[in-house]
Ligand binder design. Structure first.
Ligand code: ZN
Ligand code: ZN
Length: 355
């Protein structure tokens, strides 16, 4: 069973990706290495083994079976039990970061990754800032043990670029009204409007993990795709990561509908100068669609409220944009609305007095 942990070339300690420096830091001797330095120091593929095609297949079938969810920690030998979709995690016993090789290789090899640019300390500060700017958040949501649970997770997404050839037929109307003596004249000119054009759409994004909260996973978008890197497993070291369990076939119809909607809007927006415009038909020939499988960084905290509901807070791990659904402490909120109610009641009484 292949579990990869990233070892320091100097001392064999664990290497962890550091968002601040964008380098790998050794937890023990504090050395730092860039991806390029590691590539040079170690023979090709030594720290990131490439499997034979046959073993690749084995990897994928074995991860389907329940026993595929038990891995062995390369540092302490303890068992690491994972979810079906876990791609990177930590050993429960020795806290050694581990990457599950079979889940980020073969057909699950991500095309690109955006590495974390915000580290845990910054994420925690921003989280507290955000919570304090909101009212009536229960203390339990941001107490110390809760804050420690803030985790950096790479979530799987599909990213689609599309080239389409579109044509739009519409009817434009120009209406002119004027008066001469007692008679009002209305003149309606009807135009046949046609537009054709090549349309390029970029970065149509879809969540690729069933168990991900859909609001959370779309709430943190968008990312600056210009900063996407070629995938290296090392980026996952020190973080959690999930592999996709939603395939593009399941998303194709929805994505194509969204693309047509955008396309029609783009063509329509090129038409000017009519009082009204009604679209008669709009057709697209899809020339090319490119689907990229990507891992994107998110800081998350979840919290189970007293009402049993799970609340999510998440932050874009690249730019710090926050998406949150915060619980409300009804005791705190109740006191304030009680006071407000009393004021209204008093005003009512005063009003009544004067009547
Ligand atoms: Zn070291
Ligand atoms: Zn261990």
């Amino acid at each position: 069973m292949s579990v990869v942990s990233y070892k320091c070339p100097n001392c064999d300690g664990e290497l962890v990706f550091n968002p601040k420096t964008q380098k790998y830091r050794c937890e023990y001797c504090a050395s730092a290495f860039s991806q390029e330095e590691l590539d040079q120091m170690q023979p090709e593929g030594a720290h990131q083994p490439r499997p034979e095609p046959e073993s690749r297949e084995q990897e994928n079938t074995s991860s389907m079976e329940p026993e595929g969810n038990v891995y062995r920690c390369p540092s302490c030998g303890a068992e690491i039990v994972t979810d079906d979709t876990t791609a990177a995690s930590f050993c429960y016993y020795c806290h050694n970061p581990v990457v599950l090789f079979g889940r980020v290789s073969g057909e699950y090899l991500p095309h690109k990754i955006i590495p974390f640019a915000i580290d845990k300390k910054q994420a925690t500060e921003k989280f507290l800032e955000y919570v304090h700017s909101r009212k009536f958040v229960p203390k339990a949501f941001f107490n110390k043990s809760q804050i420690e649970k803030i985790s950096g997770v790479y979530f799987p997404y599909w990213m689609v670029d599309m080239d389409m050839e579109g044509s739009l037929q519409a009817e434009g109307r120009n209406v002119r009204v004027w008066r001469s003596g007692d008679t009002e004249y209305t003149e309606t000119k009807i135009y046949r409007v046609e537009r054709t054009g090549d349309i390029h759409l970029e970065d149509i994004t879809r969540n690729a993990l069933k168990k991900a909260n859909s609001k959370l996973s779309s709430g943190v978008l968008p990312y600056d795709m210009g900063k996407a890197q070629d995938f290296h497993m090392g980026y996952l070291s020190g973080f959690l990561a999930e592999k996709r369990d939603i395939e593009k076939e399941e998303l194709r119809t929805g994505v194509e509908a969204e693309a047509r909607e955008y396309g029609e809007k783009i063509l329509r927006d090129t038409v000017h100068g009519y009082t009204s415009l009604s679209v008669k038909s709009c057709h697209f020939n899809r020339q090319r669609a490119n689907w990229d499988y990507m891992l994107l960084p998110v800081w998350t905290v979840t919290y189970k409220g007293r009402d049993g509901k799970i609340y999510y807070y998440s932050m874009n791990g690249q730019n710090g944009n926050v998406y949150g659904e915060l619980p409300i402490d009804y005791k705190k909120a109740g006191i304030v609305s009680g006071v407000a109610g009393l004021v209204v009641f008093l005003l009512g009484l005063i009003g009544g007095f004067f009547l």
